[in-house]
Write a protein that binds this ligand. Structure first.
Ligand code: ADP
Ligand code: MG
Length: 284
């Protein structure tokens, strides 16, 4: 059943000085694109033809009120949505132009290429810091000998900005770290399988302002290697870290859609849709 729908408004991308210019890396940066993504839980439609390109090497922020389908969209981007028995979807998700839902492609490939970090830091609390970092390898079928594991642990913790703090206690339990450190441990765990995209669902909502800034700095470093999509309710954060933004909205029982997307600065300075104006100015 198709509901009345109007095309999202678009801000043209602007080149921003010094922002996220990717340096040469062995693994090329990947773009992610959702095309006409609709989603349902049973008969309840929660997303309506969401199309969004998340370019390689930049941070994209998904913003909008609770319940408008941001997390659902994120879960569709790495095939977690289909794990909910009542869930269904329409549309396409392309990683560097390749449909991740292609019948030929395995679920595990999408998981390996597209990592996810959640709102609440969820390391395995009793497991050592070291084992936490490599916990994803087995699940995604990555084989590694001990030298390779050592390398992955150090490089992932470095990238997550946690190495210096934990290098002398890699064998102590992950649960002993502070909230912000635990979140960076989860980021390291995602990075250990060498994903090309990192999805982060409100990664700082459970953290104090200092840890939040540390994670933001980590993201701005990471985006040189990994394409990043975050969901955030923090408008300052969206402006600090992201090059582009998409404003999601679900009004009065209609499914979530993108009202407006494009260059972050343009969207905050001169929103096109009055609903975007109200949202970015804290009016709802
Ligand atoms: P947001 O992240 O923007 O707050 P969500 O994607 O979590 O929004 O939710 C979008 C809609 O989908 C909401 O109406 C929510 O109640 C519904 N929903 C989310 N997860 C499930 C689920 N597992 N089963 C049924 N409905 C769900
Ligand atoms: Mg959510």
């Amino acid at each position: 059943r198709l509901l009345p729908w109007s095309a999202p408004k678009v801000h043209e991308p602007k080149m921003r000085r010094g922002n996220h210019m990717p340096p040469p890396t062995p693994e090329p940066l990947a773009s992610l694109e959702g095309r006409n993504v609709s989603a349902w839980f049973g008969t309840h439609q929660v997303l309506d033809r969401v199309s969004l390109t998340m370019p390689a090497g930049v941070i994209t922020s998904l913003i909008g009120p609770s319940g408008c389908g941001k997390s659902t969209f994120l879960r569709i981007l790495n095939r977690m949505h289909e794990l909910v028995p009542s869930a269904s979807l329409a549309g396409e998700v392309l990683l560097d132009g390749q449909d991740i839902y292609d019948a030929e492609r395995k679920l595990v490939d999408a998981r390996k290429s597209i990592g996810m970090v959640f709102q609440k830091p969820n390391p395995f609390p009793a497991m050592s810091i070291y084992d936490n970092v490599i916990a994803g390898l087995k699940l995604t079928g990555v084989r590694a000998d001990n030298d390779r594991k050592d390398f992955l642990v150090e490089s992932s913790l470095q990238k997550a900005g946690l190495w210096k703090e934990v290098k002398d206690r890699l064998r102590s339990p992950g649960g002993g770290l502070s909230g912000g450190q635990q979140q960076r441990l989860c980021i390291a765990r995602s990075l250990a399988v060498m994903p090309r995209v990192l999805l982060m669902d409100e990664p700082c909502s459970a953290l104090d302002p200092t840890s939040t800034r540390v994670i933001e700095e980590t993201m701005l470093e990471l985006v040189n290697d990994v394409t990043i999509v975050i969901v955030t309710h923090n408008m300052q954060q969206a402006q600090r870290v992201s090059t582009q933004c998409a404003f999601f909205l679900a009004s009065q029982g209609t499914p979530g859609l993108i009202v407006e997307h494009g260059d972050t600065e343009a969207m905050f300075d001169s929103p096109i849709d009055p609903r975007t104006f109200d949202y970015v100015n804290g009016r709802f």
